[in-house]
Structures are given as C-alpha cells and as structure tokens.
Design a protein around this ligand. Structure first.
Ligand SMILES: [Zn+2]
Length: 415
C-alpha cells in the first residue's frame, strides 16, 4: 500500500467527533496567540484609586491580587493581547472636578504601564499588533464618563495627547450635553455642544464610546459621527432587558456605521433575571450623592457597600449565556461588529465560567464549540476592533486636512 493511500485511510477512519473540550481550548489558545485578543473595558484603575489611593507600591498588579478579578499573571493565563484600561469619572463630577479626576486615573494607568514588564504602551491598531508580537499586553486608555472634559473641546485634544483613545460619553448620569441610559433624559440625546464633542473626537482620532448612554444619544452619536462608533462594554437588550444594553434598532445600524459592540459580562447585563435585579443600580448612586450633598466621600463609600451587597445577591448567569449574547449580536449586527469588552476589574459577581481574566480562552473555546470558524472567531477576539481602530485613525487623518480644531465651550453652542 502506498503511503498516501494509507494516510487517506487513517483520515477516513478518524471519528468525526474528535473535538473535545481540550481540543476547542487548544484551538482557542492558538487563535489568541495568532491575533491579539482585545478587551475594551477593565476597571482596575478605579480599584487602584479606591483601594490604594493610586499608590502602586501598595497594590501592584504584577503580583496576584486575590481580592479582585484582575492581575497581570491571570491576564497572561487568559492570553489577553490588548487591554483598554478605563479611566473612570463618576457622574457626581457633572459640574466640576471631572478633568482632575480623569487626569489622576490616566496618571496611575501610565505609571502602571511604565513600571510593569508584562505591559507595553500602545495608542494605535499597529501598536497593539506590535506589542502583542513582543509577548506583552498592549495597554491603552479609555475615559469612562464625558464629565472629564468639563464642557470644553480643548480637553478632548489634551486627553488625546495623553494617550486616551476612547471616551464613553456618559456614565450613570447625564452630562451637560448628553443623556445617559440610567437617568431620565434631559436633552433628548446630544445637545449642539454634544454633537461638537463627537466631531472633535472624530477629528482627533478618539473613538466615540456609546456604552452607558441613552437610546437618543446612541442614535444622535451614530448620525453625527463620521467614524465608526464603539460600545466598549454593552450586551444585547433583547436577551437582558436593561437600558445599558443595546436595542435591536441600534444593532441594525452597525453595518452602515461600521462600528462595534463589545460584549459585557456583568450578570445584570447578561442574565434576564439579574437585569431586573440590576435596574436602578446606577440611580442609587445619585440617591446616595443627594443624601450627603457636602460629603461625596461618605456618599460613595456608603454607595459602594450597598452596591457590593446588591451585586453579590444577584443572579450570576453563565459563560454560555454570554456566548448567547455574542450569537445574538452576530445575528443582528453582523460578524464584523462584535468583540469582547468584559468589564472585569470591579466585578464582585461573575457569570459561572468567567470568574476572572484568566478565563477568556474558555469563552473563545465555547464559540468554536458552537460552530464558529477560526476565521470568524479571529474577528470577534481582535480583528474587528483593530479594523475599527484603523478606520478611526484614517478618518482623523482625513478630517485634519480640512477641519480646524474646535475651540468651543458649552456656553458657545448651547443656550
Ligand atoms: Zn461602565
């Protein structure tokens, strides 16, 4: 018998069901090695602020941090290739203080990246690919909460120059120029100044993040933005009915906008029962702020105690349910418009199977088990986000040829 005939025979008798959990995991890991797996939202910087007052010698993520779900040893196990670190600014900063709060978060992220051998600084799609090839975790910054710019377009540019590559237009409460998902609407979406913010972000090359915003702000931002928009950490509202999730009407706009929805694993946005339990979680922060108007420190400390308890008694959901969201997003928005934005860092309750940042390959393996091809999974774990970043970068280059930097403050446009 000739050797090639023998080979054919061996292949023919191999059982068709050769795929085991281990083989899916091996394929998932190979994909994470080949493509930088990018996650667009981790709240570790806020933990550094809350628990160590931004002192990295007191809380060093190069070492295991057992009390939270994120540290660099576990990120390496999770084969994370690119991470956007959230520079979180709370809604209580709506009137003033947001810029300093953001600067302190950006500063601690930059110091963390500079001192950590596991991390490498990146500000572009090409940078992520380069740092991943060096075997390090490419690290980028996203501001969470438009209160950071204190109603001045100049601050958009200054934050860009510090390395910020996306800004979530709101957090839990409205900004002076954009409505949030979790406060009664005040503007009906974006104000004129809000539209100018989106245009200035397009011009500088900062991605417009519409997680946390109201449906009106979502559609206004998509209408105004000349570059693809992102949902840095949001899931599908049709599965878990929470205003933080993305409705079908907006998902269907993704192909034309060329934007992306990065799936969130917070149980309240994943599991339908937990979504009911999570209703009002972000309103509660305002309640505590109103209770202690002169003492925001006490207000946020008491809110945190309440929040931790509320989160821990919530239905947890499962890794499979997170994959259900991905299936739904792929079906409704398209395979080119989905990625990972887990929201690790501050979670104290996790879907079963996704307990910490080491677990990403298990989610990737689940997608393979469900029949996604390697090429499709490569898109979801990283290629889609790289494509969005390149398009945002190219849009900025184009706009800078014709458009002057915006100099307006809110009072110049909103009257
Ligand atoms: Zn968030």
């Amino acid at each position: 018998m000739r050797a090639c005939t023998l080979l054919l025979l061996v292949l023919a008798v191999r059982p068709a069901t050769a795929q085991t959990p281990e083989s899916y995991l091996a394929r998932a890991r190979a994909i994470h090695r080949a493509v930088p797996m990018i996650d667009t939202h981790n709240d570790l910087p806020e933990m550094l602020r809350e628990r160590a007052n931004n002192d990295l010698s007191k809380m060093n993520p190069e070492q295991p941090l057992d009390s939270i779900d994120t540290d660099f040893p576990r990120m390496k196990k999770g084969m994370v290739g690119g991470q956007f670190w959230a520079a979180y600014v709370p809604a209580s900063m709506v009137d003033k203080g947001g810029a300093t709060y953001a600067l302190e978060q950006i500063d601690v992220i930059r110091r963390m990246v500079a001192q950590s051998p596991s991390l490498g600084w990146a500000t572009t799609a090409a940078g992520i690919v380069r740092v991943h090839a060096q075997g390090k975790i490419a690290s980028l910054i996203g501001i969470e909460g438009g209160y950071a710019i204190e109603n001045s377009l100049a601050n958009v540019r200054m934050f860009y120059d510090l390395g910020v590559r996306y800004m979530t237009l709101t957090h839990g409460g409205n900004t002076a120029w954009a409505d949030a998902a979790t406060e009664p609407p005040k503007h009906g979406g974006l104000t004129k100044f809000g539209e100018a913010v989106v245009r200035e972000m397009n011009r500088t090359g900062m991605m417009v993040d519409i997680s946390h915003v109201s449906d009106g702000t979502m559609s206004d931002a998509i209408r105004v933005s000349e570059a693809p928009v992102i949902f840095s950490h949001s899931s599908a509202r049709a599965i878990a009915d929470h205003p933080r999730n993305v409705p079908d009407s907006i998902l269907r706009l993704m192909p034309k906008n060329r934007g992306i929805v990065m799936v969130n694993i917070f149980p309240g946005f994943v599991n339908p029962i937990a979504a009911k339990q999570a209703a009002g979680v972000l309103d509660k922060e305002r309640e505590y702020m109103a209770r202690y108007p002169g003492d925001p420190k006490r207000a946020s400390a008491e809110y945190l105690v309440w929040l931790t308890n509320a989160m821990n008694t919530m239905e947890s959901g499962t890794l499979g349910e997170v994959a259900d969201h991905i299936d739904y997003l792929v079906k409704t928005a398209g395979i080119d418009h989905v990625g990972y934005g887990a929201d690790f860092g501050s979670l104290t309750n996790h879907p079963k199977g996704l307990e910490d940042v080491s677990r990403y390959p298990y989610l990737t393996a689940e997608l393979l088990r469900r029949g996604y091809t390697d090429a499709q999974v490569r898109k979801i774990v990283g290629e889609n986000m790289l494509r969005v970043m390149r398009e945002v970068e190219q849009t900025a280059v184009r706009l800078q040829k014709t458009r002057k930097p915006g100099v307006e403050r809110i009072e110049d446009l909103d009257r």
